[in-house]
Design a protein around this ligand. Structure first.
Ligand code: NAP
Length: 276
């Protein structure tokens, strides 16, 4: 079984640096793939209310027999959970669907700034952290401006911000802000969501030079930048491939070559306009 390193969140909770993403798997597919992922050694699973697969994820987790303390389950809630009471109710619904007693990391899925209630949702999350329903709290798709508002109005920064991040979108400014405030950056679409990223000649060349696959090069890039990545696959043979990255050391020259892929923000899903 591969040894997956972890990163310590500000409150001392340990989070694996590599996990398994479950969007857009349906309930049955999520159950099948999460079972296979746990078997392959994954210990971080990422789901969400919006994915409508939490029941399948929960079934796979319970069937695995892995002790809760050995697993790191992340889920998220939608705009209807934005509010102090609403966030607590949303979390109770997450728990019911997952069939778990505790969530390791709960995230506000999108800030929905037009709705204007993400600070209240954050206050609700603080209560859930306090009463031990969740071990860590965070957000997703928040900009530094949204994060600054949480900090200014509640005095507490999220433990994690899960954002769209890969070599096309290295999100340098956001990572710097996170670092300043002790927020761990988690990358969604870490290997480009099945589009052209893994066919980039630069990545193919680096992969050939190291005897690794393009996906492994990109996943190692996340690791060397100090990011948590949650690749998704429905191809069972890719589960071990995506974990087998920790013996790879990208050189400073490799990192410079990967930096040339930066698209300077083009293709980012804009949280001012998008959300659910
Ligand atoms: P991703 O993990 O970057 O890419 C998934 C794609 O890569 C699939 O098409 C998969 O194909 C392919 N793939 C996987 N391993 C591969 C390998 N070794 N070689 C070649 N291709 C490979 O994209 P994502 O699913 O968009 O993002 C990951 C997770 O982030 C999601 O599953 C979800 O949990 C989370 N997410 C969060 C948000 C948010 O708003 N917070 C938004 C989107 C996603 P096959 O399935 O055919 O193997």
């Amino acid at each position: 079984m591969p040894e997956i390193p972890s990163v310590g969140l500000r409150n001392g909770v340990e989070m694996p640096v590599l996990g398994f993403g479950t969007w857009p798997l349906d309930e049955a597919e999520a159950e099948r793939m999460v079972s296979a992922a746990l078997e392959a050694g994954y210990r971080l699973i990422d789901t969400a209310e919006e994915y409508a697969n939490e029941r399948g994820v929960g079934r796979a987790i319970r069937a695995s027999g892995i002790a809760p303390g050995e697993l790191f389950v992340t889920t998220k809630f939608n705009k209807s959970g934005h509010g102090v009471e609403e966030a607590q109710r949303a979390c109770a619904d997450n728990l019911e669907r997952l069939g778990l007693e505790r969530i390791d990391l709960l995230l506000i899925h999108w800030p929905n700034p037009g709705h204007g209630r993400y600070v209240d949702a954050w206050r609700g999350m603080l209560r859930l952290l306090e009463d031990g329903t969740v071990r860590a709290i965070g957000v997703s798709n928040f900009t530094p401006e949204h994060l600054q508002r949480l900090i200014d109005e509640t005095g507490v920064a999220p433990h994690v911000n899960q954002i769209q991040l890969n070599p096309y979108l290295p999100r340098t400014e956001e990572r710097r802000f996170h670092e300043t405030h002790g927020i761990v950056t988690e990358s969604w679409a870490p290997i480009g969501s099945g589009r052209e990223l893994l066919r980039e000649p630069v990545i193919e060349t680096i992969a050939r030079e190291h005897g690794k696959t393009p996906a492994q090069v990109v996943l190692r890039w996340h690791g060397q930048l100090g990011l948590v990545a949650i690749p998704r696959t429905t191809t069972p043979s890719r589960l071990p491939e995506n974990l087998d990255v920790f013996d790879l050391q990208l050189t400073p020259e490799d990192l410079d070559r990967l930096a040339t892929l930066d698209r300077h923000g083009a293709g980012i899903l804009d949280p001012e306009r998008f959300g659910h």
